[in-house]
Ligand binder design. Structure first.
Ligand SMILES: N[C@@H](CCC(=O)N[C@@H](CS)C(=O)NCC(=O)O)C(=O)O
Length: 205
């Protein structure tokens, strides 16, 4: 049994954690959670993730939930893989900004657009402000490339990159040239390819 176990549903947001594990390259086990059968709401699973959501990562006796936290954790836990910006490096500031921007701004902006409120919220009330600004900020950040942190691919690219890629796939994120180029760079990564192949295999059962 590997020290790392991912509780996963293929494909879903936990596919982002699967991709991150492939980037890390350490051995891991996968435990499939059948969302359609409500396994995420069974007491055994709620004991490790009381939100009843995937992913959950177990590392030894430690449990980590939330995609962005899992990616941040893995990058820090295996610093030799060069997927993090370590404490003490001033670049950690912008690196953390992108890790929080994913679940804090990008994803809410996309979800609010996909399922709009009956009463539109004022810009000032929304942490992401408005959809177009959020898209523009990310587009500008990936325009020069290749990655958010320049030449270094980091966990932040897994979090933001997955949101951009999957968002475009589901027609929820605009197919701008900058996003398409960024997604194409990601698609060339062997770890992203391995994760995708593994997900297809898991999905096929
Ligand atoms: N905030 C969570 C969201 C996870 C999430 O929404 N997972 C979905 C799969 S895409 C899920 O578990 N849905 C099952 C359900 O809500 O019953 C994270 O970032 O990990």
């Amino acid at each position: 049994m590997a020290d790392l176990t991912l509780y996963h549903a293929a494909p879903s947001r936990s596919s982002i954690a699967l991709w991150m594990l492939e980037e890390v390259g350490e051995p891991y086990d996968v435990k499939l959670i059948k969302l359609s059968e409500g396994e995420q709401l069974k007491p055994d699973y709620l004991a490790i993730n009381p939100m009843g959501k995937v992913p959950t990562l177990k590392h030894g006796d430690v449990i980590i939930t939330e995609v962005a936290a899992i990616c941040t954790y893995l990058a820090d836990a295996f610093p030799d893989k060069n997927l993090n910006v370590p404490i003490g490096d001033v670049r950690r500031g912008p690196y953390l900004k992108w890790l929080f921007f994913g679940p804090g701004c990008f994803e809410p902006a996309v979800m609010d657009r996909a399922a709009p409120r009956k009463e539109p919220a004022r810009r000032a009330m929304l942490g992401y402000g408005d959809f177009d600004t959020t898209m523009n900020v990310v587009a500008k950040a990936v325009e020069r490339g290749p990655w958010l942190m320049g030449e270094q691919f980091t966990a932040a690219d897994v979090v933001i990159g997955a949101n951009v890629r999957f968002g475009m796939m589901f027609k929820m994120v605009p197919e701008r040239a900058t996003f398409l180029d960024y997604a194409a760079r990601i698609a060339k990564r062997p770890a992203a390819q391995r994760a995708e192949a593994k997900d297809k295999e898991l999905q096929a059962g």
